[in-house]
Design a protein around this ligand. Structure first.
Ligand code: CP
Ligand code: NVA
Length: 314
């Protein structure tokens, strides 16, 4: 993965994902290292963030590297300056860019013009770093992927797209319940089915939450209105009525099922009040694991594991 972009989960092989998982185990245990000393990451964000910004900043600090946060107002991506120019300028200063953009196409332009690796820190199409942290959290809690079933209830959005692709890659079955018109796009579904043919994962799409959740090992949801869709919030609240994760819905899953959410959560909307704080919830482990998985990702992409293997072993 050295020098490569991560715009989509489909930029990774199943082997890449497994090696990221095992490197994350090591780096999480290790804490602070100097694997990426003299490396710098720019965080270029068009939308707000808590977890992604702080987890990338802390990941770089814990790896001995530097991080620069560039807010939407500062750069004016595509407004103050054309995106290809921003990309080429940043490529002269820093070693990699993690970008959060409205349009996925903006990430592709950054990757095409910057000459340095670009990491998707969330676009309207995918959220691959979240999916990798989610897989790692599942691996920690369940010890495996094959034989598990993840039930996703809600919008077929950026988070769902990456999670479906990641699940299908590693052989974890994926069921999704979404209302008509808010389902996973066909291009993502077709790609996931190809991965599932190789990995043995089963994929099931329905409009009925109870069919998805029955006997599942993991119940996952995300907001009904993503960033950039605020004008649709009222309509979406109506469309998604009946897709709230409640205690009753969760009781259909296996007894040892866990509840997952990428956060931020709207308590009382997509998830009933109290569930985020319940013993089944692993949402804060997911949030913590963003940092650990991104350390492994950055070390791989920026060559830290290769250039400082001695330091890593010490
Ligand atoms: N889960 C996640 O990406 O959170 P932020 O929007 O706070 O970064
Ligand atoms: N689907 C949400 C995820 C936030 C982490 C959004 O795009 O706003």
């Amino acid at each position: 993965m050295k020098g490569k972009d991560l715009l989509s989960i489909s930029d990774l092989t199943a082997q890449d994902v497994r090696s990221l998982m095992s490197e994350t185990v090591g780096l999480k245990a290790r804490g602070w290292t100097s694997l990426l000393s003299r490396k710098t990451l720019a965080l270029l964000f068009e939308k707000p963030s808590l977890r992604t910004r702080v987890s990338f900043e802390m990941a770089m600090r814990q790896l001995g590297g530097q991080c620069l946060y560039l807010s939407p107002a500062e750069v004016g991506l595509g407004k103050r300056e054309p995106i290809p120019d921003v990309a080429r300028v940043l490529g002269r200063y820093v070693d990699a860019i993690a970008a959060r953009t409205f349009s996925h196409h903006t990430l592709e332009v950054l990757a095409d013009f910057s000459g340095i690796p670009v990491i998707n820190a969330l676009s309207d199409w995918e959220h691959p770093c979240q999916a990798l942290a989610d897989l790692f959290t599942i691996y920690e809690k369940k010890g495996e992927f094959e034989g598990l079933t993840l039930a996703y209830v809600g919008d077929g959005n950026n988070v769902a797209n990456s999670l479906l692709l990641a699940s299908a890659l590693v052989g974890m079955s994926f069921r999704i319940a979404s209302p008509g018109g808010y389902q996973i796009p066909d291009t993502i579904l077709d790609q996931a089915k190809k991965y599932a043919d190789d990995s043995g994962a089963e994929i099931f799409c329905t409009e009925e939450p109870s069919l998805a959740v029955k006997d599942a090992d993991i119940v996952y949801t995300d907001v009904w209105t993503s960033m950039g869709q605020e004008a649709e919030a009222e309509l979406r609240r109506r469309v998604f009525t009946g897709y709230q994760v409640t205690d009753q819905l969760l009781s259909l899953a296996k007894d040892d099922a866990v509840f997952m959410h990428p956060l931020p959560a709207h308590h009382g909307e997509e998830v009933a009040p109290g569930i985020v704080d319940s013993p089944k919830s692993v949402v804060f482990d997911q949030a913590e694991n963003r940092m650990h998985v991104q350390k492994a990702l950055l070390a791989q992409i920026l060559g830290g594991l290769e250039i400082s293997m001695d330091d890593y072993r010490r």
